[in-house]
Design a protein around this ligand. Structure first.
Ligand SMILES: Nc1ncnc2c1ncn2[C@@H]1O[C@H](COP(=O)(O)OP(=O)(O)O)[C@@H](O)[C@H]1O
Ligand SMILES: [Mg+2]
Length: 376
């Protein structure tokens, strides 16, 4: 006889499939189930009291990229360890015998994804993370097996849905928490889990970096790191860096991924993607870059006109012209490309001091160059 869950006087769920059947050792099972009155399947996920609290919070969240939690119930009140179940939306797929494929299956079936799809998928998961982190929930087991590729579409792309908050926890503040949790359960999956001492949003950010790498290569970064685009590789490395060097929150990651995905005006003018100064999609930087390029062209023409092609002088002038710009704006992303320079990125004070030096330099040197050009 099929297993059943009676959750109220007139609602009884009949289990149709054990989705965890490949893992008989698992204490908490996940099933698909239906009621006599509704043939549409739901997912029944067993859990302990702590996760029941988390699923209760999830039931109040509405986000396209998180499988909807319908309700949470206590099943067995008699034993010492009561059992809870959450009833969640079953992410379906008409082609795949009812249940949607996981991202893991999807990549194995279709091969590594193109950068545009991978980045846009990463943005969808990032969106889900921003939402759960706001509720102080850290997923802690983010991996391609816990992401479903649904049939719904989002901007002409499949819509991903986050599932399995079975080892989630609430976030802790490492600054207030001077003692280190000794009871962090040994959870997560090799290749996707950081060795963090605190449970913070950075935990999930690490995993998302690994997922982005998996979508692009079919491997986790420890096996094979994606290297076709330095900009994307930098995002992956910044996600999977040690705790203190990682993106501090999912919003920052979202911003950088959307830059890399060229969403916005830059989408329509592809040539801008490769010109330093225009690559960050920031209007004021683009404006400064335009002025710099105009000056540079003027400078070059002037030198050729008045002095012939005196290469040494040209390079010298260029260096003086570029030094402040490089320090202040880093148009070639040197801070990202050269590993030791990354320390600057993580040290806000040093970063601000360097930018200030660069700006002061710009204010003094640029007018001097202009003046010299005018006098000549
Ligand atoms: N909401 C859902 N919709 C569709 N399939 C799901 C859903 N939740 C889980 N599954 C399927 O069941 C499998 C196991 O569920 P999961 O919640 O990840 O439990 P486990 O703790 O065993 O990893 C998933 O890999 C997925 O294939
Ligand atoms: Mg799972």
């Amino acid at each position: 006889m099929n297993k059943t869950y009676r959750i109220s006087e007139n609602t009884e769920y009949v289990v149709s499939e054990d989705l965890t059947k490949e893992y008989p050792e698992k204490k908490y099972r996940t099933y698909t189930a239906t009621t006599a009155t509704d043939p549409k399947p739901v997912i029944i996920k067993e859990m302990d009291e702590k996760r029941a609290g988390i699923y209760l919070a999830l039931a109040g969240i509405k986000n396209r990229h998180i499988a909807k939690t319908q309700s949470v119930h206590k099943i067995d009140g008699s034993s010492q360890e009561p059992l809870y179940i959450a009833i969640t939306e079953c992410v379906g797929h008409s082609d795949e015998n009812g249940v949607a494929p996981t991202l893991s299956h999807y990549v194995k079936k279709h091969g590594p994804l193109d950068t545009n799809t991978a980045l846009r998928f990463a943005l969808q998961i990032c969106d889900a993370l921003i939402c759960v982190h706001k509720e102080n929930i850290i997923h802690r087991d983010l991996k391609p097996d816990n992401i479903m590729v649904s049939e719904e579409t989002d901007d002409r792309l499949a819509c991903l849905k986050l599932i399995d908050f079975g080892v989630s926890d609430s976030a802790e503040d490492p600054y207030k928490n001077t003692f280190i949790k000794t009871s962090i359960e040994d959870v997560g999956t090799a290749g996707y889990t950081p060795h963090d001492r605190w449970i913070t949003p950075r935990w999930d950010i690490y995993s998302l970096g690994c997922i982005l790498n998996f979508m692009l290569t079919g491997h986790t970064p420890d096996m094979h790191i994606y290297s076709d685009s330095w900009e994307i590789r930098n995002i992956i490395e910044h996600c999977t860096d040690e705790y203190s060097a990682r993106y501090a929150d999912a919003k920052k990651l979202y911003k950088e991924v959307s830059h890399a995905a060229r969403i916005g005006l830059w989408d329509r003018i592809p040539i801008l993607r490769s010109i330093p100064g225009y690559r960050t999609h920031t209007f004021w930087k683009a404006a400064i870059a335009t002025i710099c390029y105009a000056l540079l062209i003027y400078l070059g023409l002037d030198i050729i006109r008045h002095r012939g092609l005196d290469a040494q002088f040209f390079i010298f002038t260029l260096c003086w012209f570029f030094l402040p710009v490089m320090i202040a704006f880093d148009p070639f992303y040197l801070r990202y490309r050269i590993k030791p320079l990354r320390a600057i990125r993580h040290n806000t004070r040093l970063f601000i001091i360097l930018q200030a030096i660069g700006l002061i330099f710009s204010l003094f040197i640029l007018p001097n160059i202009l003046l010299a050009l005018l006098i000549n």
